[in-house]
Design a protein around this ligand. Structure first.
Ligand SMILES: [Zn+2]
Length: 283
């Protein structure tokens, strides 16, 4: 994992050979294409820079932590409540929705809620989808922009469901906004949105077609099964789609995207830490 100081490396943006100390790629104009000699480290982390592993480990760790705080006594929600953390545990670690955001002013939970899960099937199902979608999204957009899309879609997803829960409380059944919500399906729909958009630009059209199919099936699924936060799905999809449009998959990934991704990860960790520190006194 030593830093490379001489010779040439592959530009992270366009894949051409560049000097490891070059300030700018002569081919695509990307700044610091050699990543200051740290490309070997980046290669070890994989094409997604270790983000998929972070999501898996982070979600499982938080699931266990919320279960330790307390598991659900009731068992409402049928098979989806199998091994469910209690509402207290989920609230403590940063569940979102109209109650935490508006009654307790916990606005940062729009980010933390995407890393929490309400049951064994919930987390299993969601991690399976992240595993399926994160690598292909990283392949098309680059790891940094994939993390950006994931993070922003989490916020837009829970933002939409929280606002709907607050201001349109009269909506019926599956159209209800969230009083209380968790799960990685908001960012999963964000990845789907970004993949659907890439197809509109003529990139990965097969993957994109598949993503459209998945989004429709998962969308319908949300109306059949009880207690699914459909507004988080819609907000996540919209956030992913619009951000992908702004980032433009035709453009190569730049260094500032990687910096922004690192900021996203720091903010995510902070959102969970602040949730626990702030939420502790309400227990
Ligand atoms: Zn380049």
């Amino acid at each position: 994992m030593r830093r490379q100081r001489t010779g040439s490396v592959v530009c992270r943006s366009c894949g051409r050979l560049v000097g490891v100390n070059d300030a700018e790629c002569y081919e695509c104009g990307s700044k610091n294409p050699g990543l200051w000699g740290y490309t070997p480290l980046v290669r070890i982390l994989g094409d997604d820079l270790g983000f998929l592993r972070l999501v898996m480990v982070g979600c499982i760790f938080l699931y266990i932590a919320t279960l330790i705080v307390g598991s659900s006594e009731t068992g409402r929600g049928g098979m989806f409540s199998l091994l469910s953390p209690s509402q207290t545990g989920l609230f403590l670690f940063g569940a979102s929705g109209a109650v935490p955001v508006f009654r307790y002013d916990r606005w940062w939970t729009l980010l933390s809620a995407g890393w929490l899960h309400g049951g064994l099937l919930h987390i299993g199902f969601n991690l399976m989808w992240v595993r399926q979608l994160a690598p292909v999204t990283a392949e098309i957009y680059g790891a940094g922009r994939m993390v950006l899309i994931y993070t922003v879609a989490t916020v837009t997803g829970f933002g939409l469901s929280t606002l709907t829960g607050m201001y349109l409380p009269f909506l019926p059944g599956p159209l209800k906004g969230a009083m209380f919500s968790v799960g990685a399906s908001a960012p999963i729909f964000g990845l789907l949105g970004a993949l659907v958009y890439s197809g509109r630009r003529g990139i990965g059209s097969h993957v994109s077609q598949q993503a459209r199919g998945y989004a429709i099936i998962l969308g319908i699924f949300g109306f059949i099964f009880p207690a699914v936060d459909n507004w988080a799905h819609a907000g996540g999809f919209l956030g992913g789609y619009l951000l992908a449009r702004w980032l433009d998959p035709m453009q190569p990934e730049r260094l500032n995207h990687l910096v922004a991704a690192a900021v996203c990860i720091v903010l995510t960790v902070l959102s969970i830490v602040v949730s626990v520190v702030h939420g502790y006194r309400f227990l």
